[in-house]
Design a protein around this ligand. Structure first.
Ligand SMILES: [Zn+2]
Length: 69
């Protein structure tokens, strides 16, 4: 089926008024200063919150270990 009436420039504009993207709100890691998302682990040092830090493995080393095994 076809649209009953052509959408006017005004209607199109009003619809698209809600299409704007919002900027990603990066926070800096308190431990190393790297950009990270709030409530997410820091990809550089593994920091999550003061009582929790994750130990990151080197991806290249893991691949080499997997290949040798
Ligand atoms: Zn960090």
């Amino acid at each position: 089926m076809l649209p009953v009436a052509r959408t006017s420039k005004s209607r199109k504009g009003m619809r698209r008024a809600h299409h704007a993207l919002t900027a990603v709100g990066y926070h800096s890691c308190p431990k190393c200063g790297h950009d990270r998302l709030p409530h997410r682990m820091c990809s550089r040092c593994g920091y999550v919150r003061p009582d929790l830090g994750l130990i990151l493995r080197d991806k290249k080393k893991n691949k080499q270990q997997d290949a040798s095994e």
